[in-house]
Design a protein around this ligand. Structure first.
Ligand code: ADP
Ligand code: MG
Length: 152
């Protein structure tokens, strides 16, 4: 099911994402224990056309962190709308709604899957985080922590 992470990022990566963190339905932290910072659907870059789970780096409050990103459709919207949400691997002392977030998407982890239980989903997200952190230790990926998008 999970593809091997390539030794170095290939096309279309890396992909830049930037936007203001907006409010979603609050399910990430409440139901899963993984808060996801959402950016407006209008800020989803067109190169990100494949629905699923990605990894990379994200910056909030001038600091760059490893992240896991989910791109998918929220069935609760009347018009089925794609959402982009980023779980940052860091314990924040406070929320950052309304603040700007920039990210570099470095690679693909897996497609969106259907789960029979919430625990199965949580297990898979934990696996996503472990795989992402391992990949981001490779120099070919780690270099993106210093990407110019984070210096602007
Ligand atoms: P929402 O549906 O509004 O996105 P979530 O439950 O997904 O609600 O929580 C996301 C919010 O939590 C983010 O917008 C951000 O302000 C805050 N937050 C705190 N810690 C993190 C983190 N490690 N990663 C992402 N967002 C975080
Ligand atoms: Mg969220």
């Amino acid at each position: 099911m999970r593809a091997q992470i390539p030794e170095r990022p290939g096309s279309p990566f890396p992909i830049e994402v930037a936007g203001i963190v907006t409010k979603g339905f609050g399910r990430g932290s409440r139901e899963l224990g993984f808060p996801t910072a959402n950016i407006p659907p209008t800020d989803i870059p067109p190169q990100l056309d494949r629905v699923g789970v990605y990894f990379g780096y994200a910056m909030v409050r001038q600091e760059v962190f490893s992240m896991v990103m989910s791109l998918g459709y929220n069935p609760y919207y009347k018009n089925v709308e794609k959402s982009l949400e980023i779980y940052i691997v860091h314990e924040f002392k406070s929320d950052f709604y309304g603040e700007s977030m920039r990210a570099i998407v470095c690679g693909w982890l897996r497609p969106e899957l259907d789960y029979t239980t919430r625990d199965a989903l949580i297990q898979d997200i934990r696996k996503d985080v472990t795989i992402a952190l391992t990949a981001l230790e490779q120099p070919a990926y780690a270099q993106f922590k210093e990407h110019p998008i984070f210096k602007r």
